[in-house]
Design a protein around this ligand. Sequence first.
Ligand code: TUI
Length: 309
Amino acid sequence: MKTRITELLGIEYPIIQGGMAWVAEHHLAAAVSQAGGLGVIAAASAPAEVVRSEIRKARELTDKPIGVNIMLMNPNAPEVAKVVVEEGVKVVTTGAGNPAKLMKGFKEAGVKVMPVVASVAMAKLMERSGADAVIAEGMEAGGHIGQTTTMCLVPQVADGVKIPVIAAGGIGDGRGFAAAFMLGAQGVQMGTRFLVARESIVHENFKEKVVKAKDIDTEITGTGNGHPIRQIRNHMSREYLRLEKAGAGLEELETLTLGSLRRAVMEGDVVNGTLMAGQIAGLVNKQQSCKEMIEEIMEEAGKLLGNRQ
Ligand code: TUI
């Protein structure tokens, strides 16, 4: 399937893997790229040298293009950007902020930049700053989110910019893929579905929570303090919301959640860990390899979209 995104990135299918902190390490990224999508290593809050080593390990597993996601709340984002350029990575996605300051360095190095945006204004700003595409992410997504749904955000962003749009948030199968294209997207980004992939290093307890989740099993913490995070409801999310309601300050809440994503992903602590996942967790009900997932999605979407080339 050829779209402006497959052409831009030199990949087979316009499916981008979300840059999930702790989850999106070299095994997952390499598996997605090897299956014809774009695998993405999440730099998250890792030191730049760890990111370098992840890039090199991914390259040992695949010679297809690999991307890196830079989380802009991380104060060492400029250092990570330097490593990305040094290692010859050609695609970067960004999240949770404005990457304008990093854009010049990326452009000079020939790196394609695809910022995640949660509004039309931000999408336009990114286009003016030199972004090659934008990832319009609705609030169905997991982790740090904006306030608009994918259904409303994607067509408005598609009308607002000339660069290609990738839809994200709430997409987990061929129907979601086809719907995104109907809304004007040229590609999709998926996180939650890839989280449970066989190649994903996420602890089985967390994967099981996603596979068993129903449509209404996520909730958003931090809406009141500027750190809205969608996650599967558990003891941690309830405790956070209880403290938030009682007027706890950001510092107290951050102490509560310190290391909680790592605990969920690495240790399988589904009680005191933060189970970041999107609303599509309710639809994700089986574990497959990334290749099986991508083939299944493309087959279903192909039928729905009438096998357009
Ligand atoms: O970045 C994400 N999702 C994330 S990052 C993350 S790491 C984390 N770990 C522990 C605690 C807290 C965070 C977990 N999930 N998604 C991409 C995304 N970006 N969604 C929304 C946005 C966004 C929001 C506002 C992008 C730009 C923006 O602009 C604001 C500005 O700076 O002008």
